[in-house]
Write a protein that binds this ligand. Sequence first.
Ligand code: FE2
Length: 256
Amino acid sequence: MNVLFLGDVVGQAGCEKVRRELPRLKKELSAGIVVANGENSAEGNGITPYSAQHLFASGVDVLTTGNHALRRRDVYDLLEEGNGIVRPANFHPSAPGKGWFLHDNPAFPFAVVNLQGRVYMDPPLASPFDTADALLSKIDCANILVDFHAEATAEMLALGHYLDGRVSAVIGTHTHVQTADERLLPRGTAYITDAGMCGGRDSILGVEKERAIERLRTGLPVRFQNDPEQIELCGVLLVFGKTPGKVERIERVRVP
Ligand code: FE2
């Protein structure tokens, strides 16, 4: 089984890029399951029922999120239904939604866990390490992908090594910048610090660069606008082998 993971899909232009490219990509890469981080898929960030349905209709099977998961209240019902969409498992227990999802493909049961980092991020959350321990003791599935939505590379690597040999893959999201460190860790877990984004190449993390520069230059409030130009699609392909739960190969994917 090949699983395609798409990094943070940014705004309508990112969603449209996924819609245009995904059918061909799935065929080309023989991807039977597609997971995407959709927490910025709505215009102005967050995720809405509209952007989530757009991604599902484009061929995404499971949507993960992150720090913007709860920004739009109209998505709470969808999160509560938990039908293929997850929010970080280490959110407060009263948060709507669930932190993991079992994709019930009889030929290839596949669990997706979503966690969020705590370094340089707010609000305060439960430990992603302890939350992972608690979840892994109850998830009865060999194939487990963890989307770790985090800012600090050290925290991402630390969770990767902490879960090495206990999950199939730890994939970083949130920085929107694809890193070149994809590999199998010593005990066999596939790892990348960040899968990258599906958004404007000539932007700052998907936001029009002039506005982002203005915010950083002046420190004054500036209304961000997603950049709809030169959209690229980034992610990783996980090639599972014959041994249950084990990824044989992880490859970066980038479609300009
Ligand atoms: Fe994020």
